[in-house]
Design a protein around this ligand. Structure first.
Ligand SMILES: [Fe+2]
Length: 475
């Protein structure tokens, strides 16, 4: 493919075929000596499959990237996630299983057969989590792929939502350290569809259902909210008739319809016992990512990155991205305050007008609790794609950013300094594409000041990824 302008963000949507292992990357500045662990990231990295090019960014075949940190040195390795979808797609030169917005390559007979024997994708290009000691790459099905965090070799699948029953899940479970489990949810499609919230014990025990809610038109929800005592499903009005999905005449997300008349609905469940505490409705918006949520007296505060509608999904089709079209449907940090009592309306606060996506917080300290900082990829300068790293102070809306010409950062992962005194004491790790030089580097910023501490240059340019996790070697 050609991407025209050599400084365009479109460079980040070129295939990367090379797999390497580098013992020590060249470093500018000094990596913190306390940074001892591994940054694992995943993202779509192969779009041109031979006979077929996938239609949407989210359907590229997953590649894993591993940055190892020890005594100020940085190692790097990358490897395609050899999922079933990857192996079969490579063999046939086309997408083997239906993706997010790309049809698999199949004949009419296979299309009919797929209705009766649905084969879900296991192309774990969305995020990386640790389930009961297993490191997994996730997409939005119930087929996470286990892999070795050192070699990036695939070890098999891990159960996720299948034990409780459901077909579509999310790549953004929440971790509850006090209860020793992760919470997530699945949609069980059927004559009577259901949202099913469930818990995955950290000790490897069986999944258990926390709560269920019948639903006629299930919503596309990429994440959900958690406080100390509650789980909140934020039901965006991008909804599907389950029958359409069953007949599967179109790729997954294209069966969903924007139905603003439904409004935005919040369903609040108790973590312990699963009681539905309240369901509330307000004006429609769309979001992929919740930022955080917490309890404040008789209310719940739920923060997420909101869009006026679901147009952002259309802007992320591969062809316009490779042409460098402006992605101008930008997300903004919004706060919804939900009354827990029967009376009262949902209140909306526009925390900041800064464009932000791929949000991260000081999760270990602040998940489900009152917090001050969110970091994310911002869109402050060029207006065409995520081009900066932004920090928003959520009580004041005050914003800072890091930016460098022709550079396009991905999700900034917060890593706390050992024994930190305050929220946000630590660093951010972000893979940045330098489009002018056609190379990526791993950037380390001070999370408080957003001042650069160091960078390590990668041996190639890395296609834009989605999410990742930092595994500390100190635990
Ligand atoms: Fe996500």
């Amino acid at each position: 493919m050609t991407t025209g302008d050599r400084t365009s963000y479109a460079q980040g949507f070129a295939d990367l075929d090379e797999e390497v292992a580098v013992g020590t990357l060249p470093v500018t500045g000094a990596f913190p000596p306390w940074l001892s662990g591994t940054l694992l990231r995943t993202g779509p990295a192969k779009f041109d499959l031979g006979r077929q090019t996938v239609d949407h960014w989210f359907d590229g075949l997953a590649m894993l990237h591993r940055f190892g940190f020890e005594d100020g040195r940085v190692s790097y390795r990358n490897r395609f996630l050899r999922s079933q979808t990857y192996c079969q797609s490579q063999a046939i030169g086309a997408l083997a299983h239906g993706g997010f917005a790309t049809d698999p390559c199949r004949t009419l007979f296979q299309r009919i057969a797929a209705v009766f024997h649905p084969t879900f994708t296991d192309n774990g290009n969305v995020s990386i989590e640790v389930f009961g000691g297993d490191v997994v790459a996730l997409t939005e099905t119930t087929l996470p792929v286990r892999f070795d965090a050192e070699t990036l070799q695939v070890l098999g699948h891990r159960a996720y939502g299948a034990q409780v029953g459901g077909q579509i899940s999310i790549a953004h479970p929440h971790h509850d350290a006090r209860r020793g489990c992760r919470f997530s949810y699945v949609v069980a499609f059927g004559r009577k569809s259901r949202y099913r919230l469930f818990a995955i014990p950290d000790d490897g025990g069986p999944e258990r259902v926390v709560a269920e809610l019948p639903v006629d038109r299930p919503s596309y929800m990429h994440s959900f909210a958690m406080t100390e005592h509650y789980l909140v499903l934020t039901e965006f009005p991008l909804v599907v008739d389950p029958l359409r999905l069953l007949l599967a005449s179109e790729p997954f997300i294209r069966n969903y319809r924007w139905a603003p008349e439904r409004g935005l609905r919040f369903h609040v469940f108790e973590k312990d016992g699963g009681r539905l505490v309240t369901s509330l409705q307000t004006a429609p918006v769309f979001a992929f990512h919740h930022v955080n949520a917490f309890e404040d007296g008789e209310t719940l505060v739920v923060d997420f990155i909101a869009y006026p509608d679901a147009q952002i999904i259309d802007q992320l089709y591969l062809a316009p991205l490779r042409a460098g079209a402006a992605v101008d449907a930008t997300g903004k940090l919004r706060r919804y305050v939900l009354p827990l009592q029967a009376s009262g309306d949902v209140a909306l606060t526009r925390i900041s007008e800064a464009a932000i996506e791929l949000p991260r917080i000081d999760y270990d300290l602040c998940a489900g609790r009152r917090y001050r900082y969110v970091w994310g990829a911002g869109q402050r300068r060029t207006g065409d794609f995520l081009d900066s790293i932004v920090k928003i102070e959520v009580t004041s809306g005050e914003t800072q950013d890091w930016w460098q010409e022709h550079c396009y950062p991905g999700e900034p992962v917060f890593v706390p300094v050992p024994g930190r005194k305050a929220e946000g004491d630590g660093v951010l790790l972000s893979i940045v594409l330098d489009a002018a030089r056609s190379v990526s580097f791993l950037l380390v910023l001070d999370a408080q000041s957003l001042k650069e501490i160091a960078r390590a240059e990668c041996p190639h340019q890395i296609p834009f990824g989605l999410h990742g996790s930092y595994l500390s070697a100190r635990n």
